[in-house]
Design a protein around this ligand. Structure first.
Ligand SMILES: CC(C)(COP(=O)(O)OP(=O)(O)OC[C@H]1O[C@@H](n2cnc3c(N)ncnc32)[C@H](O)[C@@H]1OP(=O)(O)O)[C@@H](O)C(=O)NCCC(=O)NCCS
Length: 153
């Protein structure tokens, strides 16, 4: 399995499977919106993908100072559904942690996404807060944090 930078050629491929994931359907994400957002993000944000028998079956999207203007913020982590449970998410996240220069990595996870809570806890993330009704009415976003290193790089 090969973790690498996402390229513009990967974007339509990744968008096509991301929008089949029920989590992001609930948030109203469309392939068109994601294509546009990823194309803009390519310039300044960290976008990783992974090839595992087939190309671009995972996505990690990180905004380097997206956490309080100070720390890295993981905006999206996804694995193509027919490849989930094979440690692809863990590989992407671990690779991303080596690339960020801040001490901490933050992310939000929906309250109903209990599989993802377990995944992040196993990867060393701790819930440090929660924001009710932030993105979707009736859904609380749990804030997770990992201190990746003790001083910035
Ligand atoms: C969460 C996710 C990135 C993990 O990647 P992965 O390669 O499947 O994960 P790993 O093989 O490294 O670890 C397996 C763990 O991932 C989690 N997981 C597996 N399938 C999942 C799914 N459909 N949704 C959420 N979490 C899932 C579980 O905690 C699982 O652990 P378990 O065996 O104890 O149930 C991936 O499953 C996914 O894309 N899920 C849907 C989108 C999502 O929830 N993204 C996170 C948003 S905050």
């Amino acid at each position: 399995m090969n973790v690498r930078a996402l390229t513009s050629q990967d974007i339509p491929l990744v968008s096509a499977w991301i929008v089949t994931i029920p989590l992001w359907q609930r948030y109203g994400l469309t392939a068109e919106k994601l294509n546009h957002q990823l194309t803009i993000a390519l310039a300044h944000e960290i976008l990783l993908t992974i090839d595992a028998e087939e190309p671009a079956v995972g996505l990690a999207w990180c905004i380097p100072r997206g956490g309080f203007g100070r720390s890295a913020y993981l905006k999206m982590l996804g694995v193509r559904p027919d490849h989930s449970g094979k440690k692809i998410g863990a590989l992407l996240l671990e690779h991303l942690e080596t690339l960020i220069t801040s001490t901490d990595l933050f992310l939000l996870a929906s309250d109903f996404n209990t599989d993802a809570h377990r995944f992040y806890q196993r990867q060393g993330y701790q819930q440090i807060g929660a924001i009710p009704d932030y993105v979707l009415p009736g859904v609380t976003e749990r804030i997770f944090r990992k201190q990746v290193r003790s001083s910035p790089q």
